[in-house]
Design a protein around this ligand. Sequence first.
Ligand code: SF4
Ligand code: SF4
Length: 399
Amino acid sequence: MAGGKRVAVVRCGSYDREEVEGAVAQALSLLGGLGSFVSPGQRVLVKPNLLLGATPEKCVTTHPEVVRAVARMLRDLGCQVVIADSPGAGTLYTEGSLRKAYALAGWDRAAEELGVGLNLGTGYQEVPHPEGRKVRRFLIIDPAKEADAIVVVSKAKTHVLTTMTGGVKNLFGVMPSIEKPAMHARFRSVEDFSEMLLDLNQLMRPRLQVMDAVVGMEGDGPHTGDPRRIGAILASDDPSALDSVAARIMSLDPMEVGTLAAAAKRGLIREDCADVEVLGEPLEGLVVKDFKRPRTKSREKGFGQSRLASVALSMVKAYSLKPKVDQGRCTGCGSCVRVCPQGTVRLSRGRARIDSGRCIRCYCCHEMCESRAISLQRSPAGRALARMVERRSDRGKGD
Ligand code: SF4
Ligand code: SF4
């Protein structure tokens, strides 16, 4: 191991309060203790994953017991703690939507019990970032801009766009909701979007990362996937190192994850992740071998073993999954209209309709639909190609 990137991994089999508090404390102790990262008296933002707000058993949000354990340790150290996130793009950044999302996620009770802050303000500021490679100015919500230190408390989930969301992607939430579609519109490819996220991490420099990987999300995350038991709490001061370890536990090749591939290009992590040292629990016993990938990424790797097939894949737009509205489930709430960076979704007779010709496959609408009315589907030609891909991939496995 070289490079000093350390990731602490501690087993945690449930969301029982004592077990979570013990696991978080042990993970931070392996890294030298909480006091190595923050000091008494500092204003510390605890930044979990809120997305739309959802009840904890859905595994969309960071579990309140993990948020609570981290906030409690910070409070006991003497920090001024504020818990905050900006919900996903289709949600308005208002006090009402924050209250509703926090209550669903169970963070309001955690904050009240501990006597720590829960941000209900909706202010944000423009922050210059002259060193940014893609972005030289970001809009940042007040509690993040005003914090002396940020502690990210992420959730281990798959992601239909970036393959996985963890520590690096979590910081997207320090931007106000209204800015997020603009970022998707500017950075349409996974590579560019990931570069933007790395710029944001470089600007905000979170001090510490804790990841809730007790029960993660598999399949079509970050919203409509399924809960999957992993059984661990992870911690690190390096977001890419943290994500690389989480990816391995979720049976993903770290370089399939957009943010990790971009980090490797910048020299922030080695492609083989050999510069990451795992402290605590050996990974072998934690890897979930059949962890379900997002369907948007499900067979590309196997298909990519054939160069011809790979070229065909890149040429056939039909292969990629397209968002489709289930008119029976759609409530006409308009979230997908607000979030779409292309202006491709409109409401007609109280139901959403997508102009798929202009769709850039960012999947924000799928991510933000609370009614699960947007599914991801292929055209008939795409389905035929997908079957071919699966046959090739299965044959490859038998070789
Ligand atoms: S598909 Fe319908 S229910 Fe879903 S976000 Fe769009 S308008 Fe709302
Ligand atoms: S319709 Fe297409 S471009 Fe618009 S949010 Fe959905 S996936 Fe993105």
